[in-house]
Design a protein around this ligand. Structure first.
Ligand code: 2AM
Ligand code: CA
Length: 265
């Protein structure tokens, strides 16, 4: 497998889907919005964008299967699978606010080997391939070098449908309000994670995540020199449904805080 070539070909397929989504975003007045679950929406744009991605990516690695949010393909690969979110941040897309993003990762067994996050608001392509570093629009990116969460900006996603851990989560919000530069919640997990990779945020955490929200981001952060795990510290968090990621300098402190607050009671 030529990981770099796969990554470059993936970007071309993402460009096609992005061009379709951009056109639809300019004329959102007639969107056909369906409710998928509590506070969870899907539009015909998500579905058509996913169809474009599945069709294009099938040519990039023909033997690969798909784990795609809208279920366009149920093909499962023995070794390789694409993990796809055609629109991450659909609620933002519907309301006409940024960011929202396309997120595409390729996994070999359970390891992400190529990833692309394209964020529409700032027209930014974040991408990485295994052992090839992380990149933003052609330039290498690195996580920040800030030490200490109190000197950092932290991103998160609010629970929107799974409120099981809401009291612990609210405690974590209070903690970061008091012990960091601030807390941000932009509404697209893939974008948040890409922003950790390029050093804009020192850390990101959320529970109730799906693999397609985080697959590409996991590789971006690793290749940019940062660390990723679930709330327990397991560093293969793709299917864990919760994630922390941060720059290398702040990770140990971040994990300690999240573990203490989120896994209490
Ligand atoms: P989606 O737009 O692809 O569904 C984590 O917060 C992820 O949950 C988001 O990236 C978003 O991805 C999804 N999500 C779905 N509904 C949401 C909502 N009402 N608020 C926040 N995130 C939501
Ligand atoms: Ca989505």
């Amino acid at each position: 497998m030529q990981y770099q070539e796969i990554c470059e070909n993936t970007i071309e397929v993402v460009r096609e889907a992005a061009s379709y989504i951009r056109g639809k975003h300019e004329d959102r007045s007639n969107l056909n919005i369906e409710v998928k679950g509590q506070h969870n929406f899907v539009t015909e744009v998500d579905k058509e964008a996913e169809r474009i991605l599945v069709e294009g990516l099938s040519k990039v690695v023909p033997e690969a299967g798909f784990i795609a949010e809208e279920g366009t393909s149920t093909k499962k690969g023995d070794v390789y699978n694409w993990v796809i979110d055609p629109v991450d941040g659909t609620t933002n897309f519907i309301h006409g606010v940024y960011p929202f993003a396309i997120s595409v990762g390729l996994i070999e067994h359970n390891e992400v080997i190529a990833g692309v996050v394209y964020e529409f608001g700032l027209d930014e392509y974040f991408y990485a391939w295994k052992d090839g570093g992380a990149w933003l629009n052609g330039n290498p990116i690195k996580v920040s070098t800030v030490t200490g969460l109190e000197n950092g900006l932290i991103a998160t996603g609010f629970p929107y449908t799974n409120f099981t851990y809401l009291s612990q989560y609210m405690e974590s919000v209070e903690y970061f309000m008091k012990n960091s530069h601030g807390l941000r919640r932009l509404g697209s997990a893939a974008t948040d994670i890409a922003y950790v990779a390029c050093g804009r945020y020192e850390g990101f955490y959320e529970y109730g995540l799906n693999p397609w929200d985080i697959a590409a981001g996991i590789l971006l952060v690793k290749e940019a020199g940062g660390r990723v795990s679930d709330f327990e510290g397991d560093n293969s968090p793709l299917f864990s449904e919760n994630l922390i990621c941060s720059n290398g300098n702040s990770y140990d402190e971040f994990l300690k805080v999240i573990r203490k607050i989120m896994l209490s009671k």
